[in-house]
Design a protein around this ligand. Structure first.
Ligand code: ZN
Ligand code: ZN
Length: 123
């Protein structure tokens, strides 16, 4: 988590300074970082169905996917407060059904993710 925190701070700083023109590469990096953070917080458990990740990846880490509660395509922010780590099944479900009750639940989870991350930042 220490490394993620540092990357996040760097990212915030570079966004604030606005010196760098946002490139697709940077967006990708940011997306990956936000994903890594919420996955770390989720700790191998899907944040929607609360089941353990279905398998571990080649790095022996539980496989979860990062989902943006407000889709990026709909103007959602690529930040921790809008991101959740969910299993591939739930992820598919979100994109196919996009059920209001699930969105509501995930909004709360994403907010909690931000709180947890802020707590990590303090420690
Ligand atoms: Zn799930
Ligand atoms: Zn998604």
């Amino acid at each position: 988590m220490e490394k993620l925190k540092k990357s996040y701070e760097t990212l915030k700083k570079s966004t604030r300074e606005k010196k760098v023109i946002t490139t697709t590469t940077q967006n990708k990096e940011r997306k990956k970082l936000i994903g890594d953070i919420v996955k770390e917080i989720a700790n191998g458990v899907c944040q929607l169905c609360n089941q353990p990740a279905p398998f571990v990846n080649k790095d022996q880490r539980p496989y979860l996917e990062c989902h943006h509660v407000q889709w990026l395509e709909r103007g959602g922010a690529d930040d921790v407060y809008n991101a959740v780590a969910i299993c591939p099944n739930c992820h598919k479900k979100m994109h196919i059904l996009d059920l209001e009750q699930d969105v509501k639940k995930l909004e709360k989870v994403a907010n909690k993710n931000m709180t947890s991350f802020n707590e990590y930042k303090k420690s």
